[in-house]
Design a protein around this ligand. Structure first.
Ligand SMILES: NC(=O)C1=CN([C@@H]2O[C@H](COP(=O)(O)OP(=O)(O)OC[C@H]3O[C@@H](n4cnc5c(N)ncnc54)[C@H](O)[C@@H]3O)[C@@H](O)[C@H]2O)[C@@H](O)CC1
Ligand SMILES: Nc1ncnc2c1ncn2[C@@H]1O[C@H](COP(=O)(O)OP(=O)(O)O)[C@@H](O)[C@H]1O
Ligand SMILES: [K+]
Length: 498
């Protein structure tokens, strides 16, 4: 499990640790880690050109001491001093090691640098970058050299991943002591590149994490496996109420995701056209063609997926009411979410609910602005879970899962190739199958997102994928998780994305 923390949480832990150590110890640990990552990236340090962007706080101090270490090894280091003040001891150390200084207007060196160390601001930042920081951050991101962000990319809010205005786009972020939430959640995660953690001895002093990201071993431990005593009913029967005469594909894809993710049985219930399609694609599914909008005669299931391609007419509304009147967990997606937005009384039930909106659907559900949701995903998914009293999985470039209690997880698998029609329907089938197999809404959502993201990577392998291809890749993704292949790790590295 990868855990991440807000800036305040990190500060609290650092204060406790710092009080037990001689002054400056933590900064030297940070600088040693930074210099080592930079040296590794450069290959040859001697003769390389390194530019330090130095802000007025300790983030700049880290950069200066790292610059000192690189200068001692023969790098040509220039510090661009951007703040109204500079970490004095760090600056002296750099100059003593042969480094040079430039003012914030003298930025010619940036474009010629092999490596730019972004030490403008770290966890002490507040609000959008001011000038000249904003200009320098953008210039660094656009320069041909490698960009290494110190602790967090400047301009990214360490606690939330928000980016208001300019931010430094890093190749690698070297973060101190613990991951910051903003490095795992978009848009911040996009700017962070690959994240390297430097151990500065903070771990024993950290509180409960702000968010967690399940790792391969966590998912392997949670995924259900059939035992000797299993039969198809005990493994978990999933009901799927999806598809309509207009949208037959959504039903096919949701059923496919569910079958591939190990449901003991899938009972599909729908109208004539999607029934014909599901029957043609999945002879394994047990099908009920509905004559009226009710699932009363469908047979016993352990969980439902409701909504993909269902439509939002009166028939769909009544069918949704019938599914939600059951006493088993229900995953609501797509048109099911629109129906909930139109009639919140549908959500009055005691059995568990998992909602799987993208930002637009969440906006419809909560009345928040879609752009605001995209900008501050974690806050919005938490607020929705608390307000609605259900588990919410927010889809998009980073998938987040939140509980009404405020607990939240971020998914670190996935691929931007997944941004294509129908992949969400497959996810609903996968997570639904996990619900039917007995996982809680929180675990089904988190493991479902993990497996779906991995299946997306396998299906894409660097080229466009289709939603059906993602469903096909689900067993291979599960095998990757349970066999311990390293494909599932090395995350969250966008640069290594397949
Ligand atoms: N506290 C510690 O024990 C350690 C801190 N470390 C480093 O210290 C950093 C935190 O240092 P600080 O608390 O000094 O804070 P920062 O260096 O992150 O930033 C604070 C400075 O930036 C300015 N600033 C804030 N928001 C700004 C904005 N939007 N635009 C322009 N300037 C802005 C402030 O006026 C202040 O001078 C960490 O991110 C990490 O890099 C590490 O050395 C590890 C140990
Ligand atoms: N840029 C992206 N990077 C990674 N995953 C993405 C991105 N955009 C979308 N996805 C994923 O693709 C899926 C799309 O689902 P959804 O929006 O419901 O589409 P559809 O309704 O067409 O199935 C979700 O799992 C989402 O998290
Ligand atoms: K920084």
């Amino acid at each position: 499990m990868r855990t991440a923390y807000t800036a305040d949480q990190i500060r609290g832990a650092e204060r406790t640790l710092m009080a037990r150590l001689p002054e400056g110890t933590l900064m030297q640990r940070a600088a040693a880690g930074l210099a080592s990552v930079c040296a590794h990236l450069l290959g040859q340090v001697y003769g390389s050109r390194v530019v330090l962007l130095v802000g007025s706080g300790d983030n700049g101090g880290d950069a200066l001491y790292a610059g000192q270490r690189l200068a001692r090894r023969g790098a040509r280091v220039v510090a661009v001093l951007a703040g109204s003040k500079t970490h004095e001891a760090g600056l002296r150390a750099l100059l003593d090691a042969g480094g040079r200084v430039a003012g914030p207007g003298d930025t010619r060196e940036i474009d010629a640098a092999d490596l730019i160390l972004d030490g403008l601001v770290g966890i002490g930042a507040s609000g959008a970058l001011r000038e000249p920081y904003a200009r320098l951050a953008e210039q660094a991101g656009a320069a041909p050299g490698l960009v290494v962000a110190v602790d967090v990319p400047s301009g990214v809010d360490a606690s939330t991943g928000r980016v208001e205005g300019a931010a430094a786009r890093a190749t690698v972020t070297v973060t101190m002591g613990a991951y910051k939430t903003g490095l795992l959640v978009d848009p911040g995660a996009k700017f962070a590149g690959r994240v390297e953690l430097v151990d500065i001895g903070l771990a024993p002093y950290l509180p409960e994490p702000d968010v967690a990201a399940l790792g391969r071993d966590d998912v392997a431990g949670l995924l259900p496996r059939p035992g000797a005593e299993s039969d198809k009913y005990r493994r978990g029967v999933l009901g799927v109420a999806a598809g309509s005469h207009l949208y037959t594909g959504a039903a096919v894809l949701a059923v496919g995701g569910a079958l591939r993710a190990g449901a003991g049985m899938v009972r599909y219930a729908g109208a004539e056209e999607p029934v014909a399609q599901v029957r043609a694609h999945w002879p394994e599914a047990v099908i009920t063609q509905l004559r009226r909008p009710s699932v009363d005669d469908v047979g016993r299931v352990q969980a439902w997926v409701l909504g993909p391609g269902l439509g939002t007419d009166e028939w769909a509304h009544e069918l949704a009411a019938s599914v939600l009147a059951s006493d088993v967990p229900v995953l609501v997606d797509a048109d099911g979410l629109t129906l909930l937005a139109l009639d919140s009384a549908l959500l009055r039930r005691t059995a568990p609910v998992l909602l799987t909106p993208h930002a637009g659907e969440l906006a419809r559900l909560t009345g928040a602005d879609r752009a605001d949701i995209e900008a501050d995903r974690l806050r919005h998914v938490r607020a929705a879970a608390a307000e609605l009293g259900v588990t919410v999985l927010l889809k998009g470039s980073t998938t987040l899962v939140a509980e009404p209690s405020g607990a939240a997880r971020v998914n670190v698998t996935g691929s931007s190739w997944l941004a294509t029609g129908g992949t969400g329907d497959v996810l609903s089938g996968i997570a639904g199958a996990l619900l039917a197999q007995g996982l809680s809404t929180y675990d089904a959502a988190s493991c479902g997102a993990y497996v779906h993201g991995l299946a997306g990577r396998l299906a894409a392998d660097g080229a466009p994928l289709t939603a059906a291809g993602v469903a096909t890749a689900v067993p291979a993704a599960i095998r990757t998780v349970t066999s311990g292949s390293t494909l599932a790790e090395n995350l969250p590295s966008r640069s290594r994305e397949r």
